[in-house]
Design a protein around this ligand. Structure first.
Ligand code: HEC
Length: 431
């Protein structure tokens, strides 16, 4: 959390926790409001993606039991990794004391407390957070989201016309209608395939799901509710190839009434000179063929690292019946480093986990991915009823098992020796 209003609330929350420990009665205004305002209200307020508002006593009281369960099960706030702010930027994890505090409040009968104790609602940053972007891209027409039906994954083609490659330091996605936009992924296409898919589809953009429907030639990252745009470290840039189309895949939730969205993206170019390119490469499970009914299917994959690289971020990716993923690095000296562990996967929260301390992976490191899937009838997230054999693919009822590694190559010094070539840096989504 890097917003000043949120920071000062953190200080407030620490004081309140202290008070609770001294056996003072737990009240909404004194103890619970700071916790909720700091961690939840950003998404749980009118016009945002949270399914109900949590902005005052009555709203929180009404949902108290559900909230206690969601906190206890660590479903909310949405953060799927088992490690938080000590390792990743913008982590959202409650401390066990905070969860206990909420339970204590529910047990005490959700008392309101003194009006004087109530902190003000935080002010949320609006508009372009890193200043005016160098380039704003948006679809030519807004998109109509119907009231009912399954979630939609609509991909919009946003052409660029630069005569040479450019390097991007940050991208901010600004949902036009935050109540329906659940997450956004940005792919790059230089093949023209996305345009063809768009042309073949009457509505703005075209329908997709796990991937964009073509082999992307890069990425500009993505966005999930509550994620902050963050500039890459000085000297690092994501390449926007000349003439590339940015393909913006938006995952829409429905609200029960017709909605309109016009999501736009703001692009900030890297300050020249760019020394290193941010590259993205997936580690994938070697096998993915999940028998119908199998509740605990395990699979794994390996990736040897061919040069000294520095890992900047990791993005686990599975579909609906994914359960758990662990990615570790075995360094040439034999040490094992856990990169990420997602103990309870949720497709709804495709997150980009950015390391605060980028991880050095010397040449000869072996990356290992292990994952589990639940293809049983008992899994409420299983889209196939009855279950069927599931294989690799981009559809809702297919699966994927990979983690994207966002890294830089240590030997690369672009102005001096040019780009280091021979490194695969393509998003490979299909098999
Ligand atoms: C980044 C946005 C975001 C934040 C932050 C967030 N929520 Fe949510 N919340 C959602 C969305 C979206 C849903 C709908 C379910 C989903 O997509 O996972 C949801 C669903 C819920 C639910 C229903 C869960 C269920 O099982 O149906 C509860 C309860 C909840 N949130 C409480 C909280 C509380 C309490 C916090 C703070 C500790 C919080 N949320 C923080 C976005 C958020």
């Amino acid at each position: 959390m890097n917003h000043p209003a949120i920071l000062c609330l953190s200080a407030f929350a620490a004081v309140s926790l202290h008070a609770a420990a001294a056996d003072a009665p737990v009240t909404f205004t004194k103890n619970i409001a700071p916790l909720i305002f700091e961690n939840c209200t950003q998404c749980h307020r009118t016009g945002e993606v949270g399914p109900f508002p949590l902005t005052n006593f009555a709203e929180v009281k009404k949902k108290a039991e559900t909230i206690a369960t969601a906190l206890g099960d660590r479903v909310m706030p949405p953060w799927r990794a088992d490690e938080g702010a000590e390792k990743f930027h913008d982590a959202r994890v409650l401390k066990p004391e905070q969860i206990a505090l909420f339970e204590q409040w529910v047990k005490a009968g959700t008392p309101e407390g003194e009006a004087n104790d109530l902190p003000p609602l935080p002010k949320y940053p609006a508009g372009w957070m890193l200043g005016e972007p160098d380039l704003v891209l948006k679809p030519a027409q807004s998109y109509e989201v119907a009231a009912e039906g399954n979630d939609v994954y609509q991909a919009f083609v946003l052409p660029t016309t630069f005569p040479a490659d450019r390097y991007v330091a940050a991208v901010q996605v600004r949902p036009g209608n935050a109540a329906v936009v659940h997450h956004v992924l940005l792919f790059l296409d230089t093949s023209g395939r996305a345009r063809e898919l768009d042309a073949a589809s009457p509505e703005p953009g075209y329908v997709s799901f796990g991937g964009p429907g073509f082999l992307p030639n890069g990425s500009l990252g993505g966005w999930a509710p509550g994620s902050f745009p963050r500039r890459l470290a000085e000297g690092i840039g994501m390449r926007l190839p000349k003439g590339a189309d940015v393909v913006m895949q938006v995952h829409y939730h429905r609200t029960g009434k017709p909605e309109t969205d016009a999501t736009q993206i703001g692009i900030y170019f890297a300050k020249e000179p760019v020394e290193k390119r941010m590259r993205i490469f997936p580690i994938r499970a070697a096998k993915l063929r999940i028998p119908a009914g199998e509740a605990n299917y395990g699979t794994e994959g390996w990736l040897p690292i061919p040069a000294d690289v520095t890992l900047q971020a990791i993005i686990p990716h599975m579909h609906l019946i994914g359960k758990e993923m662990t990615v570790t690095a075995r360094l040439p000296d034999g040490t094992e480093k856990k990169l990420i562990h997602v103990p309870d996967w949720n497709f709804n929260w495709q997150m980009n986990y950015r390391f605060i301390e980028p991880v050095k992976l010397p040449r000869g490191t072996m990356i290992h991915l292990a994952a589990r899937f639940d293809n049983s009838e008992a899994n409420p997230r299983n889209p196939s009823k009855p279950p069927r054999e599931v294989r690799r693919g981009e559809g809702t009822t297919d699966e994927m098992c990979m983690a994207f590694l966002a890294y830089t190559v240590d030997a690369e010094h672009i102005p001096a020796n040019g780009e280091v070539t021979g490194f695969p840096d393509t998003f490979v989504l299909a098999k």
